[in-house]
Design a binder for this molecule. Structure first.
Ligand code: FEO
Ligand code: CA
Ligand code: CA
Ligand code: CA
Length: 566
């Protein structure tokens, strides 16, 4: 670490003095975008916004819009999705709906949504026709299978079929969206065959496995510039007990899994080079030299923020090669005490070689063991434990990296906050950075427990909250149900939070992503009615099917936005 260059104290101020309100590398990004032919025709800056989903507008030419395009709403405890005047929502792809040719149903508890324009591989950015990927984070046994006592093999099978990822074609006709038949519609669930790639493949920590079963705990994620999904396996430990007898192996979970929505024949890949931890998200961008950089959080109290840098470089005309880019690379952890990225490398780092457990045994004997327990490795080499990192996103105009630290009751951070950091010389491969707090949760700002983030191309941040103690915790009486907020990042209102949407009872909203024209906001409504005691005592009826009162997790399409305007 001492051999790494230290940031100059004046770096941040030099940038401000030069009045660089736009990211200096945007010029590079725009230039390289112009040089890109097919199959990907958007700049790395655009790729970084909107979860990596394409945006038609060019953030380098858009005028900043720092005022909310809506009249902010008040907190409410209503059991519906409440929106500002002029906005409306449509239930799309709810849990249980059949959507594949072979009769598979949409999974439970929708989370991250990837928007892949159906014409993306031909360079298009359709705003009305797409393959969506929907993460299904976990199940509530009360609703899925109906058995909350003892899990039968049938109940376990039902649950294993209800998690993972859905790939679903949707198109817009007039003002509404609908699910369309498509040969690529499919489920990737807890039993789908997935290949392990990278340094941990075939090694002891994964019991020698090269192909494993399934993906679970699919929380947030990201999209790559070559049109694949990165789905993040977050809470994976409870299933060994819940699904006893199913062959579930926890060490085969807890990775980032890459899925090609366009190619059902391509076996999904677990990217072990990106480490094993409670993967919340994957914010993908391209460095100036073409390497792929991915920012990731480990959502646990006192866990760390990571950065992965691919060994190979992105080649806009070789999609097949790009699909292998995340197999090999370097994993770094953030040290917020001195603004540095520290490499998790067993061969180079004596601290990893010498790390001991509390009973004096060596913690690691190989790079595979380091990556398979990235959290312990990171803490052993000076990674800073932070307050439950949830989503991370890259500002499309400045290149600053924003991270939601949702809360940490261990240190009295009950409301959470959002930080931002800026890589040295705006180079995503830099090993030093400066950081600051962007916004604090609490009654003074109106939000608590920030979770998923998404940027629009103006650089405004859209954020959803994830509190599980609303209605019971008096310190959160101000909050109403979990909500979605709009936060300008430039101008006099930077960091102020304006309430855009309030979710139904017991729900959180997850996975927001805009259509490329900015006219539709897709967002998941996860676990409405989660605290229901029984099917007779439901706390929510949100998105219930006709003739039923049982709430359904669902994707919603929110309309009423003007679209991106110059
Ligand atoms: Fe699944 Fe950390 O939220
Ligand atoms: Ca989350
Ligand atoms: Ca996001
Ligand atoms: Ca969460």
């Amino acid at each position: 670490m001492t051999s790494q260059p230290q940031p100059h104290q004046s770096f941040w101020h030099r940038l401000l003095d030069a009045k660089i309100t736009r990211r200096s590398v945007l010029g590079t990004a725009a230039a390289s975008a112009a040089a890109i032919t097919l199959p990907v025709a958007f700049s790395d800056a655009q790729a970084a916004a909107n979860n990596g989903a394409p945006i038609k507008a060019d953030p380098t030419t858009l005028k900043p819009q720092t005022v909310a395009p809506f009249r902010p709403i008040d907190p409410t405890r209503a059991d519906t999705l409440t929106l500002p005047a002029g906005y409306r929502f449509q239930v799309l792809a709810p849990w249980g709906e059949t959507f594949t040719a072979d009769g598979r149903e949409m999974g439970f508890n929708h989370d991250f949504v990837g928007y892949f324009p159906v014409d993306m591989l031909e360079g298009g950015q359709s705003a009305t026709d797409a393959l969506l990927t929907i993460n299904h984070e976990y199940v509530n046994p009360l609703f899925v299978g109906g058995n909350t006592k003892e899990r039968t093999p049938a109940q376990i099978k039902k649950e294993m079929e209800s998690v993972g990822v859905s790939v679903v074609r949707v198109s817009k006709e007039g003002q509404s969206w609908k699910v369309m038949p498509d040969a690529r519609n499919r489920r990737i669930d807890a039993m789908t065959k997935i290949e392990l790639t990278g340094p941990v493949r075939g090694t002891a920590p994964v019991k020698g496995a090269t192909v494993v079963s399934g993906t679970v705990g699919n929380c947030s994620g990201g999209q790559t510039p070559w049109g694949t999904l990165l789905t993040c396996e977050e809470n994976v430990d409870g299933y060994a007990k819940a699904w006893e007898g199913s062959g579930y192996e926890a060490m085969h979970q807890g990775w980032v899994t890459e899925i090609d929505p366009f190619d059902p024949d391509w076996m999904p890949k677990k990217r072990t080079a990106m480490g094993r931890f409670r993967h919340e998200n994957a914010a993908v961008t391209l460095a100036q030299d073409g390497r792929v950089v991915v920012y990731m959080g480990d959502d646990m109290q006192d866990a760390c923020i990571y950065k992965f840098i691919s060994r190979g470089k992105y080649n806009p005309s070789n999609r097949a090669a790009n699909r292998d880019l995340l197999a090999e690379g370097d994993l770094y952890v953030a040290n917020f005490g001195n603004g540095s990225w520290v490499l998790l490398d067993y061969a180079q780092n004596k601290k990893l070689q010498e790390a001991k457990s509390s009973d004096g045994k060596p913690l690691f004997a190989s790079q595979a063991e380091v990556l398979a327990d990235a959290r312990s490795s990171a803490l052993a080499i000076g990674g800073t434990p932070v307050d439950r990192p949830e989503d991370i996103e890259i500002h499309p105009r400045t290149g600053e990296v924003y991270a939601a630290l949702t809360n940490n009751s261990k240190h009295g951070n009950y409301f959470g906050h959002i930080i931002k950091f800026r890589e040295n010389k705006d180079d995503f491969t830099a090993l030093t950075f400066l950081w600051e707090v962007f916004a604090y949760g609490g009654p003074q700002s109106g939000f608590a427990s920030p979770d998923n983030l998404v940027f629009d191309p103006y650089g405004n941040l859209w954020m959803v909250t994830d509190n599980s103690d609303l209605g019971t915790n008096p310190i959160k009486a101000y909050h109403g149900n979990n909500a979605m907020f709009f936060l300008p990042t430039e101008g006099p209102n930077a960091g102020e939070a304006y309430r855009f949407a309030v979710g139904p009872t017991d729900a959180e909203m997850t996975g927001p992503v805009f259509s490329p024209d900015g006219k539709t906001l897709f967002v998941s409504v996860q676990h409405p009615g989660e605290d229901s005691e029984s099917l007779d005592k439901l706390t929510s009826n949100f998105a219930a099917a006709a003739g039923s009162k049982t709430p359904r997790p669902t994707l919603v399409a929110i309309e009423g936005f003007p679209g991106w305007t110059a």
